[in-house]
Design a protein around this ligand. Structure first.
Ligand code: AMP
Length: 188
């Protein structure tokens, strides 16, 4: 089973993905994690990624597409991937389709964690962050949310039309969300 998890930045998709990966023996493919690792290497590309991520925009497709193919083509992860943070745009969704076809796989389920901008803002401000002023954090959070609505929501619509989408109320507790997701996956 391959699945995708969507949700605005701050919705908790990383936390839920980790839980699902452990419980169902899936490989968590987090493009955000991969990018953050690149940043710590302090290379030229890492520096570019850092400034793009901190502006709330998306990095260019080619930076993540090699990683995606590397994982999909690896037999160790055959048909057991949870895509966390990919695809984020229609062009990435098209790329993903092509790669899945190429390696004889498909998406079985798409989850969307639904969380309002107000809740995201509250969560961001609750996090203690000594490096940045809260108003900076809030500004970036809003920009990320806008990027999500503009670039990623159309992708979710696309999977909805394919009848693969399940919308989860992401405003509840982590445990409640875990439970609902587990129940959905158990039925697949
Ligand atoms: P995430 O950890 O999934 O919230 O991702 C953090 C940031 O990394 C995002 O706000 C984007 O700037 C960047 N990013 C993550 N995944 C992608 C992707 N598939 N395409 C482009 N940018 C991405």
């Amino acid at each position: 089973m391959n699945l995708i998890i969507f949700g605005p930045p701050g919705a908790g998709k990383g936390t839920q993905s980790k839980f699902i990966a452990e419980k169902f023996n899936l490989f968590q493919l987090s493009t955000g994690e991969f990018l953050r690792k690149e940043i710590t290497k302090n290379t030229d590309i890492g520096k570019k990624i850092y400034s793009i991520i901190n502006s709330g925009s998306l990095v260019s497709d080619n930076i993540v597409s090699d990683l995606i193919e590397k994982i999909i083509s690896n037999n160790e992860y055959y048909n057991r991937i949870i895509f966390d943070g990919y695809p984020r745009s229609l062009s990435q969704a098209k790329n993903l389709n092509n790669l899945l076809d190429k390696y004889k796989q498909k998406i079985d389920l798409v989850l969307k964690l639904s969380v309002s901008l107000e809740t995201i803002k509250k969560r961001i401000l609750e996090r203690k962050n000594l490096e940045k002023r809260p108003d900076d954090n809030e500004k970036i959070a809003i920009k990320r949310f806008e990027t999500y609505e503009k670039s990623t929501e159309p992708v979710i619509e696309y999977y909805k039309k394919m009848n693969l989408l399940k919308v989860i109320d992401g405003e509840r507790s982590i445990d409640q969300i875990n439970k609902e997701i587990s129940d959905i996956i158990a039925l697949i």
